[in-house]
Design a binder for this molecule. Sequence first.
Ligand code: ZN
Length: 263
Amino acid sequence: MRPSLPIAFCFVATQVLATQAAFAQSDRDILFQLSTIDALLAGVYQPLATLDEVLEHGDFGLGTFAGLDGELVLIDGEVYKAAADGTVRRMPGDTATPFISLTWFDADERLQPPPDQDYAAFKTWLEERLPSPNLTYAVRVDGQFAKVRYRSVPAQKPPYRPLKEVAKEQTYFDSENIAGTLIGFWCPSYVKGLNVPSFHLHFLSDDRKSAGHLLDFTLTEGEVTLDPTTGWTLELPMDKAFLRANLGADRAKALHAVEQGEQ
Ligand SMILES: [Zn+2]
């Protein structure tokens, strides 16, 4: 009966190795996030990391730039800035960001949305098809849009005002009959304070000349690809702007106003 102990030990060791392997396989399925959405709402627009530093964690995502200087779109490893003046340009690796969410995008699920959906109908349609409301999903939509409404925010100078105040000065853009991609995430309601519950998408046209934070659309036809993310890495900046920010307040209403473009 002597072998029983070694056999039991081997069993445990195998289980441990199997678990490690499972985590290793899901390394690409991690959402990396710098700072929190509530810190951004509170006006923490300071440079907290460079693109080179954060792009080690993914090739797909969204965010903003230091000083709230425009909307950030990350697609296929390339970062674009949608400025409030309507220009769109690729940004170099030494550009700084105060807030970004990104992941390595794998097209794990492909879905065909019904034609001519607006954003409200699209949200309902896609939420009914998510494998679970308790995971985070990277969402990519490639298609032809009859209409897209998006916005960008103007660069700020310190002392920074809360995002809800700055958003009153945002610029709205409308494009018609345009091919492009929606890039972003769907997050569960329990991420409130850290990220944006439900959908947060940015738009980038195929010709890379139009981009911004998505407000509404009519999607003539397209394809949705989903990448469920089963882990989060939250990087909390050791910057005094972040350390001193009041992150105890409930900013859900401010977030709703900012995300929907209400004034
Ligand atoms: Zn946005």
